[in-house]
Design a protein around this ligand. Structure first.
Ligand SMILES: [Zn+2]
Length: 49
């Protein structure tokens, strides 16, 4: 519930690869989320963006 994924193409979209595993991360609101590593960057992170 409330768990959008790329099939919706709305609140979540795949963007840059994870720096650890290379898997395309999900950009969700203020965070980049790797499916394997969880949140890798957020908007307070200097690498964000
Ligand atoms: Zn990863």
């Amino acid at each position: 519930m409330g768990d959008a994924d790329e099939t919706t193409g709305e609140s979540v979209k795949r963007t840059r690869p994870c720096p650890y595993c290379g898997t395309a991360m999900v950009h969700r609101h203020c965070e980049y989320v790797c499916p394997r590593h969880g949140v890798v960057f957020d908007c307070s992170d200097p690498f964000y963006g």
